[in-house]
Design a protein around this ligand. Structure first.
Ligand SMILES: Nc1ncnc2c1ncn2[C@@H]1O[C@H](COP(=O)(O)OP(=O)(O)OP(=O)(O)O)[C@@H](O)[C@H]1O
Ligand SMILES: [Mg+2]
Length: 233
């Protein structure tokens, strides 16, 4: 078996807001394999987004260890974490977070430019065009986000998230703002990308029919993560 993309052990997260500290993640352990889609379900406020934040190195856990693509996040400083995200991670949110003044092509190209500012624009453009073609948007390259439908905007966001060939895609309710058919099409695209590129996907969703299509389902409940399917042996 190839090395897992994510190995997290004993992860705890405490956050303070105002009064008493809150225990948000409780001894969370998680392994994500390459090419596999893992869904996380669970009630609102249970800690799903918090889990995504610690795996992305955007929130520092108060205890435990996390490694992604063989690289330990423990003790990395902000600069190293930013580099880690650029190298290994794609993130997709419910609201698409595209830059409104940039076209679809420019939104995707920007990720490549930031990753390697010295690279020739011609090369960057060709790669961004391919990424948009992969999500079926080769006929919308010059459109601003305001001129795209919600589903199209999320497809641009997906192209942007994977154009750098990340090992891990973290998606937080990526279909939450889309109608069901459009949502299912986005998910199908994500799953195909996972297989083709041997990328691990962590998909947070409230939609049981989407979660059921994942290879595995985990459930978050009051900060504790457990296995829903397949049933643990
Ligand atoms: N910055 C913060 N400071 C303090 N508490 C926070 C902070 N961010 C989140 N929380 C708390 O942590 C808990 C888990 O939040 P989280 O956003 O991870 O839930 P979630 O499972 O993603 O919920 P939803 O399904 O509604 O998105 C909540 O009780 C929330 O109030
Ligand atoms: Mg959330």
């Amino acid at each position: 078996m190839t090395q897992p993309v994510v190995v997290a052990q004993g992860v705890n997260l405490h956050l303070k807001s105002g009064g008493a500290p809150l225990h948000i993640l409780k001894d969370v352990g998680l392994t994500l394999a390459a090419g596999e889609v893992t869904a996380v379900v669970g009630p609102s406020g249970s800690g799903k987004t918090s889990l995504l934040m610690v795996l992305a190195g955007l929130e520092r856990p108060s205890g435990g260890s996390i490694s992604v693509a063989g690289e330990s996040l423990d003790g990395l400083n902000e600069d190293k974490l930013a580099l880690f995200r650029r190298r290994h991670l794609g993130i997709l949110f419910q609201s698409f977070h595209l830059i409104p003044s940039l076209t679809a092509l420019e939104n995707v190209a920007l990720t490549l430019e930031i990753a390697n500012p010295a690279r020739a624009w011609k090369e960057i453009r060709a790669e961004a065009e391919r990424a948009l073609a992969d999500v079926g948007l080769d006929n919308r390259l010059g459109h601003l986000p305001s001129a795209l439908s919600g589903g199209e905007q999320q497809r641009v966001a997906l192209a942007r998230a994977v154009v750098g060939k990340p090992r891990l895609l973290l998606a937080d309710e990526p279909t939450g703002n889309l109608d069901q058919d459009t949502g299912h099409r986005i998910i199908a695209l994500m799953f195909a990308l996972a297989r083709e590129r041997d990328m691990a996907i962590l998909l947070i969703t409230h939609d049981p029919s989407l979660a059921a299509r994942a290879d595995r389902q985990l459930r978050m409940d009051q900060g504790r993560l457990s296995i829903l399917t397949p049933e643990p042996a």
